[in-house]
Ligand binder design. Sequence first.
Ligand code: F3S
Length: 405
Amino acid sequence: MILDPAEQAMLSGELGRATQKAMQILVALGTIYGAERMLPVTSVQVAGVSFDNLGEAGLQFLNEMAEGGGQACVHTTLNPAGMDLENWLALGIDPEFARQQQRVIAAFVRMGVIPTCTCTPYLAGNLPGFGEHIAWAESSAVCYANSILGARTNREGGPSALAASLTGRTPAYGLHLDEARHPGVTVEVEAQVKGSEAFGALGRAIGDRLQAMEANPVPYIRGLPAASLEELKAFSASLATYGGAALFHIEGVTPEAAFLSAPVQVMRLTQADLNSARGLLSDASPEEADFVSLGCPHLSIKEIARIAELLEGRQVVKEFWITTARPIKQLADQLGYTASIQASGARFAVDTCCVVAPIKGRFHGLVTDSAKACYYAAAKHRFKTVCLPFDEVVRAALGETGGTR
Ligand code: F3S
């Protein structure tokens, strides 16, 4: 790789041990993927924040980087932690876990990383523009940033995202380059797709088929004339989970689609395909589930307003976690939504989510609207799952079942 003088200075250790280590990580990555140079980045999202995933070895790496003088030199935000950083005790988190999680956050803060603790950084002040080179970890956010915002990032891991933050650079390969952003398959959607649950099921239907294709092509999707922010975040999370996708284009919806043509290879997606993908997301009934959660990816204020409306004056009968970013929760506080929600017995689990929190063994079955949460709740916590439309999830928490899609 050709490095400019500033990059060479970082690599030789002139800017300290942590910056040197960070540049070594990026050079190694760039060499593996055939990058010829580095690119400056304007924004970073770091994942690998929950102590449940990091463990002692991950925490040690972070402390070494902080002690080595590592400092974020671009706007850098954090993925969810393993607990609500303020209200962890009430949510049943073990004090020893909380102590370790606080050490993780302290190491990031010491390096100048903003502890947003959300997987929707674009709702919490980290909103890159079209064509900007960024280095984001968190697969759902990566897919959203590339596809909906038109920014450019590979699927970074925790260490490579942190390395980009400490150097302001990322290797120029993959989705930073035009050629990797071209679609390879046209997806004709011939189904009714409305709401976060349906967009999640669509992500699974397309994702499963992309995984079975050679080279996992970027899809160019037609037949979806409009989609809300909430539907697009659900779709991004699901397609990233089931298809390993980091980019999609939707005709008339995503910004780069306007400059691209539909590939000749076509995949048809019918109502039957959508329903069959939907069926794969549930293996229990709402009555069997003992845990309900909304907010994967983290909720928007519009979604919280809807939950407050549905819970007003009612009492939930199951443990119900509402997961979002702290700035969004603060807005919910101001608007009175928090009071209505908490009066119902539902709880906010801010800074965290039902996947990264250490809740294996505490519950047995999860009701959610999120295809991504279904995958990870089963894989990580061994929960049974029930995937329902958004409003029906709230009704399940209230003990009302049998709604219609
Ligand atoms: Fe976010 Fe947790 Fe889902 S990090 S995308 S809410 S698994």
